[in-house]
Design a protein around this ligand. Structure first.
Ligand code: AKG
Length: 330
């Protein structure tokens, strides 16, 4: 199971992200787009939808999405709407296929094409085949678990910006371990809101806060929503903290990529994407892995594991899980 090459690993450790162009063949991206459009057409029913929008809370972290529809999406396929697709009176003002910002968070189990992708080989441009599990292993994971997956649609004209953030604030383990696999299913350009990254920030930007349930250990309906809380646990993966002296300013670097590219993103890396006001949409698929061996995943996290636990990403498991899934919500 080939992982990242030494050169790719060195770049990932240096920059905190890594672009693997042409990772997926066009036949795979087109089958994932077909599945996305099928879900929007056949599965999404706006007449019974709570009209939950995907709101990231902006710079002051207020009003992050946190209703029961969102909190209960860890083992379902659910649809989160674009802010500007709903008018002040609460009416959806776009066709449903053009109104969705995000589909999540259990595509990697409940949708066959997306499930297959977790085990699908890609090519690293140097003639080598790589699987997500092989990549995770080369990054040092012992028991990587896929804990969530999303299709993110930057809709034409109204595609919302994603403010600068670090994924481990949203997917916190003690110690931090999250890594994102982000696949472009369509070309992502400056015009339609590609990602941009603050290179090296994973080495100096600590995880200072976490998205948590206001009340933990209760049903989603009783959790009282979500809030950003100070992180009292470790703020870097073990051994990766470079310390205050290394703190850098730096400029965000745009990551324009073609459909089929895979982008690896370290959980401490600051990254963002801009609004899409162009007439061209941008659809991507992403899943995140966390380390299960020797880490703690607690009940305060907004995302709680499904009854069967987070998905084994295909790497042979060593040792036993430290997580007692029976302790989580029924
Ligand atoms: O695709 C985007 O625009 C943002 C995705 C992102 O930041 C993430 O998955 O962490």
């Amino acid at each position: 199971m080939a992982g990242l090459t030494p050169d790719q690993l060195a770049r990932f450790h240096q920059d905190g992200y890594l672009i693997l162009p042409s990772f997926l063949p066009p036949s795979t991206t087109s089958s994932l787009l077909t599945e996305t459009h099928r879900l929007l057409r056949d599965d999404l029913d706006l007449t019974s939808h709570p009209l939950t929008r995907f709101s990231t809370g902006g710079a002051d972290d207020r009003e992050h999405v946190g209703d029961a529809y969102f909190l209960g999406s860890g083992d379902k396929i659910r649809y989160f709407l674009e802010e500007d697709a709903i008018d002040p009176a609460g009416k959806v003002v776009r066709p449903k296929e053009r109104a969705v910002n995000k589909i999540g968070h259990y595509l990697h189990e409940l949708s066959e094409p997306f499930k297959a992708l977790t085990a699908t080989e890609g090519t690293n441009g140097e003639g080598e085949r790589q699987t997500p599990a092989g990549i995770a292993r080369s990054l040092g994971f012992k028991d990587p678990r896929v804990l969530q997956s999303m299709v993110i649609l930057k809709q034409p004209e109204i595609g919302g910006a994603v403010p600068p953030h670090q994924d481990s604030c949203f997917l916190y383990t003690n110690p931090p371990s999250a890594v994102g696999f982000w696949y472009a299913l369509e070309d992502a350009t400056l015009e339609n809101g590609c990602l941009s990254f603050l290179p090296g920030s994973h080495r100096w930007a600590p995880i200072e806060k976490r998205l948590v349930r206001k009340r933990a250990g209760v049903r989603d309906e009783e959790a009282g929503g979500t809030e950003m809380a100070p992180n009292e646990g470790p703020r870097f993966p073990p051994g990766e903290e470079y310390g205050e002296g290394e703190k850098g300013e730096g400029e965000y670097v745009a990551g324009e990529v073609k459909a089929g590219s895979l982008v690896m993103i370290h959980g401490n890396l600051l990254h963002k994407s801009e609004r899409n006001t162009s007439d061209k949409g941008r659809i991507i698929y992403t899943f995140h892995v966390i380390e299960q061996e020797g880490t703690e995943y607690d009940q305060r996290n907004w995302l709680q594991p499904p009854k069967e636990g987070f998905t084994n990403s295909g790497v042979e498991i060593h040792g036993t899980s430290s997580w007692m899934f029976s302790d989580f919500l029924a």
